[in-house]
Design a protein around this ligand. Structure first.
Ligand code: FEO
Length: 163
């Protein structure tokens, strides 16, 4: 059985994962509209992944005797200044999510809820991978500069499936 505090923080995380899915969906739509099909495909896939994260939280909460609440979702930005800025925003968002996951780890230790501590470790590893993946894309963009965006857009299509 989850404590009230644990239930609340896990439900907050459901909302964060849904928002992440919406944010990446918005980035995918924006990139598609700009003609960047590779970038768009990357963000569509990322949006799906975030939805899967959300479902993991929903199922875990319910499995442990809580009630996962489906939240209202804020509207994410619809426009982005550029490809690099979109990935910078994605990295900032992932860092925020990593912090939220760490808060769950901390609470699980404080409450001696070792089942949740064990379960949340998957997300600890996932966040490290996601931050690393977005940072890798930003490093690549830095190397290419503006002239290489077309090549980058094709290249990024093969970058899925490595995580
Ligand atoms: Fe599910 Fe990328 O946070």
């Amino acid at each position: 059985m989850l404590s009230k505090k644990m239930l609340n923080i896990l439900n907050d995380q459901v909302a964060k994962e849904v928002y992440a899915s919406h944010l990446y969906l918005s980035m995918a739509s924006w990139a598609e509209d700009q003609g960047f099909d590779g970038v768009s495909a990357w963000f569509y896939a990322q949006s799906e992944e975030e939805r899967e994260h959300m479902l993991k939280f929903v199922r875990y909460i319910n499995e442990r005797g809580g009630h996962a609440v489906v939240p209202r979702v804020d509207q994410p930005p619809a426009e982005f200044p550029g490809i690099k800025e979109a990935f910078e925003a994605a990295l900032e968002h992932e860092k925020m999510v990593s912090g939220a996951i760490n808060d769950i780890v901390e609470l699980s230790l404080k409450e001696k809820d070792y089942a949740t501590n064990n379960w949340i470790q998957w997300f600890v590893a996932e966040q490290r991978e996601e931050e690393d993946s977005v940072q890798g894309i930003l490093d690549k963009l830095e190397l290419l500069g503006k002239q290489g965006l077309y090549v980058f857009d094709r290249d990024i299509m093969s970058m899925r499936g490595q995580d």
